[in-house]
Design a protein. Structure first.
Length: 155
């Protein structure tokens, strides 16, 4: 079986100084290895090919033969894992699922060390009116207060 820690060490060594971050590393019981990376400026396919080639060489040198390897960029619809991904999507529409199960959609307007904020429309009660009305509000979330945040694809 392929050692996940070994793969992680190899990948992290190759990513140093490149601006890339390791987002996902999965190693299945059937030795299916998935490596997903991301970068502020976007992922270059040539970089992924180079990383793939490097990993194949290292696995071959260890005598590991029976495995499947996939190296690529993180999916556009995958939840954010690192703060860099939040920074990358600053100004874009995102979907947030809070820890209490409420879903919010809006523009990601700020990202800092512990929190991020979105501008979103919420329904609020207005004095003198029978119906709630939409109002734009900025909502701030701590990273640990959300189940996920992901890019909101609109077609």
């Amino acid at each position: 079986m392929v050692d996940k820690q070994y793969i992680q060490t190899l990948v992290e060594e190759q990513l140093q100084g490149t601006g890339y971050e390791l987002i996902t590393l999965k190693v299945s019981a059937q030795n299916e290895i998935l490596v997903e990376v991301d970068k502020m400026e976007g992922v270059d396919i040539d970089f992924c090919a180079t990383l793939n080639h490097f990993l194949v060489e290292q696995l071959d040198a260890q005598g590991i033969e029976d495995y499947a390897l996939e190296v690529g960029s993180v999916s556009l619809t995958a939840p954010f894992v690192t703060k860099m991904q939040y920074m990358k999507h600053l100004g874009h529409d995102v979907e947030v699922l809070s820890s209490d199960g409420k879903k919010y959609r809006g523009a990601l307007v700020s990202v800092d060390e512990d929190t991020f904020s979105i501008d979103t429309e919420v329904m609020v009660a207005v004095e003198g009116k029978k119906r709630k009305q939409k109002e734009m509000q900025t909502l701030t979330f701590a990273y640990n207060e959300v189940k996920y945040t992901k890019y909101d694809l609109k077609f």
